[in-house]
Design a protein around this ligand. Structure first.
Ligand SMILES: NC(=O)C1=CN([C@@H]2O[C@H](COP(=O)(O)OP(=O)(O)OC[C@H]3O[C@@H](n4cnc5c(N)ncnc54)[C@H](O)[C@@H]3O)[C@@H](O)[C@H]2O)C=CC1
Ligand SMILES: O=C(O)[C@H]1O[C@H](OP(=O)(O)OP(=O)(O)OC[C@H]2O[C@@H](n3ccc(=O)[nH]c3=O)[C@H](O)[C@@H]2O)[C@H](O)[C@@H](O)[C@@H]1O
Length: 438
């Protein structure tokens, strides 16, 4: 099948590459010329394990190509995917300007039947808005608008796309549903269900999924905070509740609050949708508040330890990306935490395996940047762990102690076992577990 993908960010690039991998002819479009030039050479602008290999193979076998020319891209494509940004607007609602602008452009370019598929995360009713814009220029028989939200996670995006736990398709017509069924057929053959529904339900499914996961994390963060106050250990509580299949083992890890390009903006946007419909979504408001507070917990711990004197302290930070296996720092909790440390007069030295360039673009010379994890520790009063990269899991503890001024670790991701830190002689505070004193 001939496919056009508009927008070559995370979602567009993975969508295009994976559909090429399953034998379709894909053309990807972006307004960013630099990005397109790099992609033509097989260079991906994002760090995503496995993506570049797949991309270069599909470029070599001529199943995927890149252009800045929207008209050329949609000329032959039967299916047009919109993988455009939907950032938070000023009031927290999803800003639809990119999606609606492209819809207007498509109205001028489409000359025969096309399925316009929205892969971006968009509020309920957006498919109808896109259809209304297309209708201004096109007769109804020339297009269908489908909602096909994406559930991939950064860091494991290729696997998530090729082996999805489910695919959701909101299609208003039989004709469009059939085309989508054919497109996803290779995935169905692997036993993964495709759920066909109306466009409004598909749009709501995406927000409900992200908000539910954000709620699960926030719930565990609150349990962790309570564990600290009651002397329980959240590791045991997590295992204890997670083995109940109704709860599930995943997404029960407490930490420094959820971040990333999606949970924060999507929870905000769903809350706004509720407001617009005069519905007071109390649970969602609590999720937002709990997450805001959780990012400050590690600062509270530091303040208590340093007796409110963070001014003049040298603090090392390991991990900046919003989670491991990505260089993405969009809405990363590390940003809020570093900003709070700087505001209190601390000096901050950072290290991350892949997100250094992105964090440098954000903070410039406000921070010290280290070439490796041990260099960051030199003379530091304490280490903060903000992303659970696997290379932080089994460090050379002796080297850490030698580099640090005092062997003090504040772990926002529960990377180490309490016994290990005790044995190694660290002062160690983590989330929802007992503090290991000197
Ligand atoms: N990043 C993720 O892991 C996931 C994101 N989503 C959703 O997918 C959508 C896209 O997200 P990302 O890929 O992360 O966004 P992104 O911001 O990384 O990429 C968007 C791309 O669209 C391009 N673009 C902007 N205007 C354009 C136009 N008029 N024509 C052509 N290209 C244009 C930009 O240059 C950029 O390359 C959002 O709605 C997001 O919520 C959904 C699931 C996962
Ligand atoms: O809509 C999206 O963009 C995507 O958002 C999330 O994917 P992603 O943002 O890549 O990252 P997650 O793995 O979900 O992690 C999000 C945040 O939650 C935090 N988290 C996750 C799990 C957990 O147990 N505890 C926890 O604090 C992570 O550290 C991270 O900051 C969803 O998991 C995807 O299904 C969805 O497609």
């Amino acid at each position: 099948m001939k496919i056009a993908v508009i927008g070559t960010g995370y979602v567009g690039l993975v969508t295009g590459t994976c559909f090429a991998e399953t034998g379709n002819q894909v053309i990807c479009v972006d307004v960013n010329e630099e990005k397109i030039e790099a992609l033509k050479k097989g260079i991906t602008p994002i760090y995503e394990p496995g993506l570049e290999v797949l991309l270069t193979r599909n470029i070599r076998e001529e199943r995927i190509s890149f252009t800045n020319d929207l008209e050329a891209a949609v000329q032959d494509a039967l299916v047009i995917f919109l993988a455009l940004p939907t950032p938070s607007g000023e009031d927290g609602s999803a800003d639809l300007k990119y999606v609606l602008q492209v819809a207007a452009q498509l109205g001028d370019l489409i000359t025969s039947y096309r399925v316009v598929v929205n892969k971006s995360t968009v509020p309920v009713g957006t498919a109808e808005k896109v259809a209304a814009i297309l209708s201004e220029k096109l007769p109804a028989e020339l297009f269908d608008v489908v909602s096909n939200p994406e559930f991939l996670r950064e860091g494991v995006a290729v696997d998530d796309f090729l082996k999805p736990e489910r695919v959701v398709v909101g299609a208003g017509s039989e004709r469009a549903a059939k085309i989508m069924e054919e497109l996803y057929n290779p995935f169905v053959r692997q036993g993964n269900p495709v759920y066909f529904m109306d466009t409004r339900s598909a749009e709501m499914t995406k927000y409900a999924a992200n908000s539910f996961l954000a709620m699960k994390i926030s719930f565990m963060n609150e349990i962790a905070n309570l564990c600290e106050r009651t002397g329980a250990n959240v590791d045991w509580v997590r295992i204890g509740i997670g083995s109940d299949q109704r709860i599930g083992k995943r997404f029960l890890f407490p930490g420094i609050g959820y971040g990333g390009s999606c949970f924060p903006k999507d929870v905000l946007a769903l809350n706004l949708t509720a407001k617009e419909h005069a519905y007071d979504f109390k649970l969602l408001q609590s999720v937002l508040e709990v997450n805001r507070l959780q990012k400050g917990r590690i600062i509270e711990k530091l303040r208590a330890y340093f007796r409110n004197e963070l001014n003049g302290k040298l603090l090392a930070v390991w991990g900046l990306a919003f989670k491991p296996e990505t260089d993405d720092i969009r809405d990363a909790p590390s940003i809020d935490i570093i900003e709070a440390l700087l505001a209190e007069g601390a000096t901050v030295k950072v290290y991350d395996p892949v997100a250094m360039d992105n964090i440098h673009r954000k903070f410039g010379d406000q921070l010290g940047y280290s070439a490796n994890q041990y260099e960051a520790l030199q003379d530091a009063d304490a280490l903060l762990i903000l992303t659970e990269w696997s290379e932080f899991r089994n460090p050379d503890f002796e080297k850490m102690k030698m580099q640090l001024k005092t062997p003090v670790v504040f772990d926002g991701r529960n990377v180490y076992a309490l016994e290990k830190m005790k044995e190694q002689g660290f002062y160690y505070e983590s989330m929802g577990r007992n503090t290991v004193p000197f």
